[in-house]
Design a protein. Sequence first.
Length: 118
Amino acid sequence: MPDIRAKCRQYRWTLQQDGAPSHTAKNTINYLKTENVSFVEPQMWPPNRLDLNPVDYAVWSTLQQQVYHNRKCTTVDQLKQATVEEWNKLSQRFIDEWRRRFTRVVHQQGGHIGHITL
């Protein structure tokens, strides 16, 4: 949590998790509540909605492109360093798109949004 808070500073943010058992465990939920973290409660998160997870719909592919663009990583350490460098350069726009995607899912009453231009 300290890293997230340091990165977000003045921005309002909400923690988004998936349905992994470690994310939905009572201890995890209690911890988030104790830390006064704004988060989507497990029962409120739609199952199998990769189109609502910024990491899945945008970040991984962009990160991969940036890590390998004009760069040849020959060791695991080089790959790790390049990944961290590019991660720190990622734009907030991926997160900003989430609200538009979520609104479209609500408008579609939970239906598929892949065919809809956002």
